[in-house]
Design a protein around this ligand. Structure first.
Ligand SMILES: NC(=O)c1ccc[n+]([C@@H]2O[C@H](COP(=O)([O-])OP(=O)(O)OC[C@H]3O[C@@H](n4cnc5c(N)ncnc54)[C@H](OP(=O)(O)O)[C@@H]3O)[C@@H](O)[C@H]2O)c1
Length: 292
């Protein structure tokens, strides 16, 4: 059995490759990337594959048994078509099984600015189910790393602000997501199922408290309005460069947390064969990376 991972030059893709190599050996793992030069995993075959080209992707999937499709990044492109291109390429190349890395949500996100983004993921899940191939969906919780970085940056001002309030969310590290995803890719008992990959559900104040413990900080949590949140986000040059639309989508993500849309039951243990790491441990691991 071999497994290919698309968008393999990204953070999640590279982490999944690492665990796949551990599980089935480098000879059976193939990276497919738009930028093959950026794939750093040693000893594995790297093939070119852009989500915009069915033809290139079909070539990249030649002789592949299972494909892990990483969801396309948000941007000014048609993500539904990009996912469809990858699924169609897999069908044409004779791939047996697909795994799509989706995003959690229990439907309460419908009235938020995140809904449109969410629908792209749900459409890909549906397209994959209708492809006729074996399939499995890994719905990812929010990356712990991203919000943790913002909390640590808030150390200077002593207060971490967003719109969430008491909404709970099961944050999870990219490394934990990758571990469970690799297991789902190679375990055929998981086929035909949807898995929520999340850590323990926490409020924002709860997450800040854990970060304070590990980083020795005294940051407090404060609620702000949606408009204030967009203004704050637009101060980040990387977000400003991508436009207010992205700031709104990210604010929509917090709206989804606020409504309880990301407070879902975890299927991590069923997917990975072991319990998800406690959030405190994941934060400790991040601290080691951030201070290395
Ligand atoms: N759960 C969460 O909290 C969360 C947060 C952020 C994102 N996400 C989702 O998870 C996905 C993976 O996250 P990540 O951390 O790996 O993101 P990342 O590190 O930003 O990587 C994005 C990847 O997408 C690739 N890509 C972009 N356009 C492509 C195209 N046309 N064809 C093929 N590949 C293309 C990039 O390739 P290049 O190296 O060529 O640019 C890169 O490998 C994201 O795309 C997004 O949908 C989830």
């Amino acid at each position: 059995m071999n497994v290919a991972v698309t968008a393999a030059s990204g953070g999640l893709g590279q982490a999944i490759l690492k665990y796949l190599v551990e599980e089935i050996g480098a000879d059976n793992v193939i990276a497919v990337a738009r930028s093959p030069d950026k794939v750093g995993t040693p000893g594995i075959e790297v093939r070119s594959g852009d989500y915009q080209s069915v033809q290139e992707m079909t070539g990249a999937f030649s002789g592949i048994d299972t494909v892990v499709i990483i969801s396309a990044p948000v941007g000014d492109w048609d993500r539904i078509s990009m996912h469809r291109n990858v699924i169609e390429a897999a069908r044409q190349a004779g791939v047996r099984k697909l795994l799509f890395t989706s995003v959690i949500g229990n439907g309460k996100e419908e009235d938020t600015w995140f809904w449109k983004t969410q629908q792209v993921n749900r459409q890909a899940e549906s397209d994959m189910r209708e492809s006729g191939l074996e399939w499995v969906v890994a719905r990812n919780g929010l990356y712990l790393e991203k919000d943790l970085t913002h909390i640590v940056h808030a150390k200077g001002v002593g207060v971490y602000r967003n719109i969430v309030g008491d909404g709970r969310c099961g944050y999870i590290s990219v490394d934990e997501l990758a571990y469970a995803t690799a297991k789902l890719a190679i375990d055929d008992h998981a086929n035909g199922q949807v898995f929520n990959l999340v850590g323990e559900p926490l409020t924002q104040a709860g997450l800040v408290e854990l970060a304070n413990q590990i980083f020795g900080m005294d940051v407090r949590y404060e609620v702000i309005s949606d408009e204030e949140n967009i203004t704050e986000l637009m101060k980040d040059p990387k977000i400003a460069a991508r436009g207010e639309k992205v700031a709104k989508m990210l604010t929509g993500c917090f709206q989804a947390v606020r409504t309880g849309a990301f407070d879902v039951e975890s299927d991590f243990e069923r997917a990975a064969g072991r319990a998800v790491k406690p959030t405190l441990q994941m934060i400790r691991e991040q601290q080691a990376i951030m201070t290395a």
